[in-house]
Design a protein around this ligand. Structure first.
Ligand code: NAP
Length: 289
């Protein structure tokens, strides 16, 4: 079974549009500001997609683009300006940032109320303690997708490969909050296949095409492939194609899987818009998300 993130994202957008209209009746138009540093083509593409999705849903969006050589202080000033702007409800910093900039300092400069990517320690802490917060968009999108297809995670053996702050770790937190049993694998994991074979739900977020092969999984597993990798393809007009971290042959053994592209990626963008609407709604009530 294909877990179709593209279709579910469209459903999420219908709800987002409805909530945007309700907010507008109350005099608030949700606004998202995307800040990008430099001209990395992948970052340009991602920011473009997010801005277009906002426009389609009636969310006011803007992109602030700083030069590759911008100083950390310039970026912080741009964030502070958006923190103070009441028409901006969500701020996202497109990662990765140039190595001269300390990503953590930048993330912590965002007002937690506008941290719709859910990377600020305030939100990381609230999500981890189960009291609220903005969950990061990728893990939130993964769980929404599994819910949509009636795939209950409670009590399931969930193995997550990759332990980054933006993907693997918050995914583990969200699955734990839903009472799954979690194993997180990373670069130091001794026998990756031992763990992946035990998985009833396998989430892979590493960035290495073909890392997971058919021999490493069990029959009936649900595969969530977060990886986005460009590989050279001379038959493709663009000269490359996008693949995940899981070898296509794994589908033969899987009960369900997310395609790449068209699985987790569209859900990540949809959850960003949903978080922005939630931030705008919270700006009316003053309640901490
Ligand atoms: P990242 O920061 O590089 O993290 C990768 C993680 O995988 C790290 O924890 C790393 O460990 C671990 N790792 C590396 N090689 C491994 C191996 N052989 N076995 C097990 N673990 C290994 O990357 P990321 O930002 O999490 O992104 C991961 C992938 O997901 C990328 O392809 C990215 O483009 C994609 N992504 C997609 C979406 C989406 O919306 N679809 C969203 C976010 C990310 P160490 O840090 O110790 O090396």
């Amino acid at each position: 079974m294909i877990l179709d993130g593209e279709s579910l994202a469209k459903k999420v957008y219908l709800d987002v549009k409805k909530r945007v209209a309700e907010l507008e009746e109350k005099g608030v138009r949700p606004g998202l500001c995307a800040i990008r540093v430099g001209s990395d083509p992948a970052s340009q593409l991602y920011v473009g997609k997010k801005i277009r999705a906002c426009e389609n849903c009636g969310i006011k969006s803007k992109a602030v683009i700083l030069d590759e050589t911008a100083e950390e202080s310039e970026l912080i000033s741009a964030i502070q300006k958006e923190n103070e702007d009441p028409s901006t409800h969500g701020i996202l910093i497109q990662l990765p940032l140039p190595s001269s900039i300390d990503t953590q300092i930048v993330i912590e400069a965002i007002s937690p109320k506008k941290d719709v990517d859910g990377f600020h320690p305030f939100n990381v802490g609230r999500v981890a303690t189960g009291v609220g917060g903005f969950p990061p968009c990728t893990p939130k999108g993964i769980l929404r997708l599994l819910d949509e297809y009636g795939l209950d995670v409670r009590g399931k053996e969930v193995v997550i490969v990759g332990a980054s702050r933006i993907a693997g770790r918050p995914t583990a937190e969200l699955f734990l909050s839903r009472m799954a049993t979690i194993t997180v694998c990373h670069i130091e994991t001794k026998d990756l296949a031992f763990h992946t074979r035990r998985a009833e739900i396998l989430v892979v977020a590493v960035g290495r095409p073909g890392l997971i092969t058919k021999e490493m999984i069990s029959q009936g597993v649900v595969i969530v492939d977060v990886g986005v990798n460009r590989i050279i393809d001379s038959n493709n007009p663009r000269g490359f194609r996008v693949v995940g971290d899981v070898a296509p042959s794994c589908r033969e053994r899987a009960y369900a899987w997310t395609p790449v592209p068209g699985g987790v990626g569209p859900m990540t963008v949809a959850m960003l818009l949903e978080n922005t609407v939630i931030a705008a709604e919270a700006s009316l009530t003053g309640i901490t998300v």
